[in-house]
Write a protein that binds this ligand. Sequence first.
Ligand code: AMP
Length: 187
Amino acid sequence: MKELSQDDKNIILKSIRDIQDFPKPGIVFKDITTMLGDSRAFKTLIDHLASRYSEYELDYIAGIDARGFIFGAVLADRLGLGFVPIRKKGKLPYTTVAQKYSLEYGFDEVEVHIDAFGERGLNSSSKPSRVLLIDDLIATGGTAKASVDLIGQVGAECVECCFIIELKFLNAKENFTSKVYSVLEVD
Ligand code: AMP
């Protein structure tokens, strides 16, 4: 597995824009649209992820609504795998399984199609499908943890969670039972 060099990390890091006080005062929003528009940075990232995950024997990549779709779908295509969207409540048309998670105030819910990772979540060898979960950023980890639960609920196995950016000061990784990999850790 090829490690990401510090130079390559800097190329990606510099392409991400900080937006102060968005969507509300006190939040520094990590805007990855500038990275998507920077072909060198985007390619550096996807090359690294494709190299890291080529030997994981994955069956699917699952991306979290909505920015996880971008990274997940591109990576799935590179690795020759299927892509599964994990969506916010009410968006998926077929039978779904849902998982609630707490926000600062109230709840939110993510859903996945019941057969998204194969019948009963099994792959062609009748073993739980091996899934990589991906999103742009981990903050508290609530969305990702609910998504890991969903993958398990439909019979598949989340072998790793991958984030482009981790907000390190929130220590979200500590509460995960599944493996977590963050390309960039920021304070
Ligand atoms: P959490 O469930 O707290 O880990 O929040 C993760 C989700 O919220 C991800 O889908 C992120 O895209 C989004 N998010 C949370 N905080 C930020 C931030 N500071 N900048 C950009 N996106 C964020």
